[in-house]
Design a protein around this ligand. Structure first.
Ligand code: SF4
Length: 381
């Protein structure tokens, strides 16, 4: 998932309140807080009819947004807790009421090949369609909008605040954005009209129909590829691998800039043979120029009994990725590690220096390596 810097130092209640108040501007110092984003209210809900459900007998519905395809009776909600059957119609309860709003460095998403050193106006509502035991944002992902402190923030207000903050992109992030699909796509449509990029950090657990619709407005996606076996997905997140692989292929086919994050958890998904298989799949199906982030795990949520990922595990995985032909393999969550840098895959020189979320020299000019002139995949202008 995302956003390690949100994790420590907050009680659950203070996290929810500060997230909603927009007062926390991480990693991008000296940006003014948006003046019109005050006044969060606990349990503030706004609804929108979902376009993605079908009607069954006895006014039950079946949601068609994500591969769970929940069947929901009248007055009940789906697995994600943010969609409700009201008299046989299915409604989103998170349209325009985000509980987390920040301006982040784009590197925090993480995107390393998309407008480096710019800020991204980042939003999330409550809820998620997975149950990851390691979730870094469980305070908002594993609850419902009734419990969080939410803002009244229409898509138009999001655009206005993003512009005011100087952000070059809007990020749909922190929780699985599929669950606030209607809010995301309406905001993304407006952002596109205003020349602001749209990016998301997602678990990729979404059905092909809505994903293809979203791809019309999404410029970049960082997808969590949590592991490379069905057993692992089921055990760690109550999800499935196959739909995520399908989403990755669709994003690639639809021309969305794609980066992948693999959170490495000791003794859970760090088997080197499996990592190699994953890298070969990425290279063959998505291309060798797909940036791959091996991210360090820290004990959290339901996996507090495990140690942090050893640095050597991440280094071995990165080496395996490089040997498999992945051109841009990174190590994340270890500020200052050499694995944060971008090397040109042709001349091997360092073309982007990073330390944590801080970007140093960038030697990519008009999408090409400044030293050898070869193209570097990404969105650079
Ligand atoms: S989006 Fe929510 S309600 Fe719809 S299928 Fe997925 S988990 Fe169920």
């Amino acid at each position: 998932m995302i956003d390690e810097a949100d994790r420590p130092n907050f009680s659950r209640r203070s996290f929810l309140r500060t997230a909603a108040s927009c007062a926390l501007f991480l990693g991008v110092p000296s940006l003014p807080a948006p003046a019109t984003a005050q006044g969060e209210k606990k349990g503030y809900i706004q609804t929108k009819l979902s376009p993605y459900f079908r009607t069954l007998e006895n006014q039950k519905i079946q949601c068609q947004l994500c591969p769970r395809e929940c069947i929901v009776g009248i007055g009940r909600r789906g697995f994600c807790g943010v969609r409700e059957n009201r008299e046989g119609q299915y409604y989103s309860l998170v349209y325009g009421n985000p509980c987390a709003v920040h301006v982040d460095p784009i590197e925090k998403k993480p995107f390393y090949h998309l407008l480096p050193a710019t800020s991204s106006f980042s939003i999330a509502t409550a809820g998620c369609n997975l149950r990851c035991k390691f979730c870094q944002n469980w305070e908002i992902s594993q609850t419902t909008p009734d419990e969080t402190y939410n803002l009244d923030l229409s898509p138009e207000k999001v655009i206005a605040l993003a512009k005011k903050s100087g952000s070059r992109s809007i990020a749909y992030t922190y929780v699985e954005p599929t669950i606030f699909f209607e809010y995301m796509i309406d905001t993304a449509r407006l952002a596109r009209q205003q020349g602001i990029l749209n990016v998301c950090h997602s678990n990729g657990f979404i059905n092909p129909g809505p994903l293809k619709e979203l791809c019309k407005f999404m410029d970049g996606a960082n997808i969590d590829l949590k592991g490379f076996s069905e057993e692992y997905y089921q055990a760690i997140s109550e999800g499935r691998l196959a739909p995520v692989l399908q989403s990755l292929k669709i994003l690639k086919q639809e021309g969305v800039h794609l980066e992948i994050t693999n959170l490495m958890i000791p003794a859970r998904n760090d088997d080197l043979d499996t990592v190699r298989k994953m890298c070969v799949w990425i290279k063959n199906e998505l291309g060798p120029d797909t940036p791959l982030h091996f991210s360090r795990f820290y004990p959290l949520y339901k996996l507090r009994n495990l140690p942090p990922t050893p640095v050597s595990t991440l280094e071995r995985s990165r080496q395996a990725a490089t040997e498999a032909g992945i051109e841009f393999a990174y190590i994340g969550n270890i500020p200052g590690h050499e694995g944060e840098r971008t090397h040109c895959p042709y001349c091997k020189k360092v073309i982007i220096f990073r330390q944590g979320y801080t970007v140093g020299e960038v030697h990519v000019v008009k999408g090409k390596c400044k030293f050898c002139g070869k193209p570097i995949s990404g969105i650079w202008n």
